[in-house]
Write a protein that binds this ligand. Sequence first.
Ligand SMILES: [Fe+2]
Ligand SMILES: [Fe+2]
Length: 259
Amino acid sequence: MAALLALNGVTGMKDLRYESVGELVAEQPALAEVFDRYGIDFCCGGKQTLEEACVKALVDPQTVLMDIKESSAKTVVDKSTRTWVNVTLTELTDHIQQTHHTYLKAELPRLQELADKVARVHGVKDPRLVQVAEIFSAMRREIEQHTEKEDLVLFPFIRQLDRATSVPETPFVTVANPIRCMESEHSDAGEALMQLRDLTEQYTAPERACTSWIALLNGLAHLDQDLRTHIHKENTILFPKAIEAESALRSVSQCKQRT
Ligand SMILES: [Fe+2]
Ligand SMILES: [Fe+2]
């Protein structure tokens, strides 16, 4: 809430330095673009404060704060960007599956084909393309297993939490356990993206690049953006809300047992 007030200029911009970058984007999604501009990690590194994130990204917090102010002013005019903070757990899991998981199911095989083809044709002259194909292949395998675990186990349990009146039976003791595992896998995907970004100079096509090479880089750039938004929604909004919902149900059960 402090962040929102500060964004509206009520408490001044200074407070924002101590807000987590993940929560700032959750409250105002347009800030993702500002943070991207400065290489500030708001998905896997979403728990760090704005000040910590600026130090890590080697940028002056004042410069970022000025851009946040500008972005906030525009957002006040254009309120069409949806935030996911106030929707139910069911709505959010549905949205993530229908938007981000569906996108990954279609895009990962397509990009794999392109990465293999470009590595085969141009990899001798530019061995970084072989590394890109290898890193992509490992990341794809992990992401596919990861989304399957969310689709088949974690998200159905979170939807159960949303409509339950007491904590549902679960083999994993508490929802915090699979969430920890998912967060760790998100960090692995974040590291793979960082390697892909470095190897491709931020997905920049060299002059000699053929059509497939350009298509691969454009596809990877889009995947990078979509995956970071996806991870942000899970790490910063969905997972904390699910843990909170489970803990509220547990408190209700304990109260009932006492009476
Ligand atoms: Fe997901
Ligand atoms: Fe995930």
